[in-house]
Write a protein that binds this ligand. Sequence first.
Ligand SMILES: Cc1cc2nc3c(=O)[nH]c(=O)nc-3n(C[C@H](O)[C@H](O)[C@H](O)COP(=O)(O)OP(=O)(O)OC[C@H]3O[C@@H](n4cnc5c(N)ncnc54)[C@H](O)[C@@H]3O)c2cc1C
Length: 306
Amino acid sequence: MDMNTIEAVVRTTDPADWRDGDAWLAGGTVLFSYGSTAFGPEPLRRLLDLGSAGWQPVTVTADGIELAATCTVAELYALPEKLAEDGTDWRGLDLIRPCCDSFVASFKVWNMSTVGGNLCTSLPAGPMISLCAGLDGTATILGPGGSRREVPVADFITGDGQNALAPGELLRSISLPASALSSRAAFRRLSLSNLGRSGVLLIGRLDGGGRFTLTVTAATKRPVQLRFASLPDAPELAGELETAIPAGLYHDDIHGLPDWRRDMTHRLAEEIRAALSLPAGAPAPASGDFWPPQPPQKTQHTQRGA
Ligand SMILES: Cc1cc2nc3c(=O)[nH]c(=O)nc-3n(C[C@H](O)[C@H](O)[C@H](O)COP(=O)(O)OP(=O)(O)OC[C@H]3O[C@@H](n4cnc5c(N)ncnc54)[C@H](O)[C@@H]3O)c2cc1C
């Protein structure tokens, strides 16, 4: 894609350098796909290149994991294996690979695109959004005046292609807390086609205190999180979903009609609830064993985590 309106590429990570007509450049898989006239009423004039940021991609401490915004999908995918070698047994790590696999990823996307670029693109089907929201991640944002603020990832995404960044703000990192990483987790995803973009992606977590958190992404224009003091029964879960997601919040594009996304959200939420109601380590039930019983769906592709 032509970016022939670009006059300069500036290597910087300082929001003070930002001016109108600038865009932060991370992996470039969106910027170089859509071109420099697709990001607002005015064409882009400069790219502020984060490529030389030198930020440590992943930092692991007892408090959790900090992902630099510039961490690539490939670097993230390697993390569970590295941590397993170190003896880290956070069960939430099981979510990382299914979320990475949820990209419709070419070699370029896998190796160049970044966690931060995925969050800032803010597509409903952003799998790094699903992962970071599902693990109660917090985004750290730097501002042009030297400001620094933190926003839960579930609130960072405000709509289809919309987020909480003000002009010039830079997403620096995402922190995933140990409390969420040590939870039992279950992952469900559906797409209308094999290897297609996610139409529905749900993550459920049951923490050590028995609290249940369900994060709905891809089906909805922005992440929706439901929290329960204990695992609800099926009618309670369905009722809370109905209240939390009005019809207009379901996403509508070529990757799924809103009615289908709603039905599949309810179905996968119930699968997750039922899976997490079993004792830890019990074999995962097959998809479709729960409400409503479904005939085999030849055109749908399911991936399953815990
Ligand atoms: C073949 C293909 C398949 C794809 N499949 C998917 C998919 O399944 N799901 C999906 O969500 N996306 C998909 N994408 C879109 C894209 O590749 C991803 O969203 C990717 O994660 C974007 O990351 P990036 O680092 O390349 O972003 P860039 O292209 O570098 O940037 C994207 C946007 O984010 C801004 N930005 C980047 N980093 C920061 C930062 N740290 N702070 C502030 N702003 C920032 C940029 O200014 C730009 O507006 C696909 C793209 C292609 C080409």
